[in-house]
Design a binder for this molecule. Structure first.
Ligand code: BDR
Ligand code: CA
Length: 302
């Protein structure tokens, strides 16, 4: 089983990603970051999901604000709690001692991947503190950015937009990086049929997943008039656990920090000429959505 640290900001799709990681990978630790909601909320949500799963991996809290930008959250999609619709219970879990960044550094080894599902602040701080870190991990599989459209601005995706300086440091760090951006994640969606199947199963995990996905679908119906929801973060887990379901290509990717219209955009070099810049990222372009959905459901229905 592939070994990973999951750095996340749960978050509905982060929660589903944790469920997938629990089923299909060896999760060494979960680290949390401010993103979809403030750090205290994303950490509590991570503890809740890990307790629901009966998973032993420790949860470490990390950065409570971006490197430079002001903290801004995705309340419109995930609610004030970051995990609207979740059935809360007294989980009795406590956050582990130690800072997430110290743990990212301490747990780094050649067989351990970092799966990054929120703003890249913790990873950027790890690189700042230990410049050898990018070469000491197996790689970084991240959900962030896009080769095409954005979701916060016309061109910027939330995780990159929320902390562009951190993202620029990570994309430029020389690690083995897999990028699952919006161009990919919009190919893998859940809808009412998914929530019905999960509700009918009736296990604690399936019911929890059904509840949070139903809430996410309702938010997106109001915000975007759509009846489904892209499963962004699970793609970054699947890129490692089920790589045969994805097509990737090596590209030069940089993060725009300055443009009035483009701050927080990932800029992908898709030129076909020899002028193309040296690649630094494996960009995911296609996912076999049908088979990936089966893999997701297998984990949630287990
Ligand atoms: C990303 O932003 C967050 O709202 C989701 O959890 C996902 O990581 C999608 O843009
Ligand atoms: Ca996320």
């Amino acid at each position: 089983m592939i070994r990973m640290i999951v750095d996340c900001d749960p978050g509905h799709d982060d929660a589903i990603a944790l469920m997938l990681a629990h089923r299909w990978a060896d999760v060494r630790a979960v680290t949390t970051v401010s993103g979809n909601a403030p750090l205290a909320a994303t950490t509590e949500n991570a503890l809740l999901v890990m307790a629901l799963l009966g998973a032993d991996a420790p949860v470490y809290a990390g950065a409570d604000r971006p490197l430079v930008a002001e903290a801004r959250h995705a309340t419109a999609v995930h609610g004030e709690s970051g995990l609207e619709g979740a059935r809360r219970f007294d989980h009795g879990r406590a956050v582990a001692d130690g800072h997430a960044v110290d743990q990212l550094i301490a747990l780094a080894d050649a067989d351990t991947w970092v799966v990054a599902l929120g703003p890249l602040t913790n990873l950027a701080l790890a690189i700042e503190r230990d410049p050898s870190w990018p070469q000491r991990v197996a790689g970084i599989s991240l959900m962030g950015g896009s080769t095409s459209f954005g979701n916060v601005t016309r061109v910027a995706e939330f995780n990159i937009w929320a902390d562009p300086e951190a993202a620029a440091r990570v994309f430029g760090c020389g690690a083995n990086i897999i990028q699952c951006g919006l161009n990919l994640t919009h190919q893998l969606c859940t809808d009412g049929a998914t929530t019905q199947r999960l509700s009918a199963r009736g296990t604690a995990v399936a019911s929890f997943a059904a509840d949070i996905l139903a809430s996410l679908h309702e938010r997106l119906r109001q915000l975007a008039g759509r009846d489904d929801a892209p499963l962004h973060d699970p793609c970054a887990v699947l890129a490692l656990t089920h790589p045969h379901l994805m097509e990737t290509a090596s590209r030069a990717v940089s993060v725009e920090l300055r443009g009035d219209l483009t701050r927080g955009m990932t800029v992908t070099d898709e030129r076909t000429s020899r002028r193309r810049d040296a690649p630094n990222v494996n960009v995911a372009y296609r996912i076999d959505a049908e088979r990936a959905t089966d893999v997701v459901l297998e984990a949630l229905l287990a």
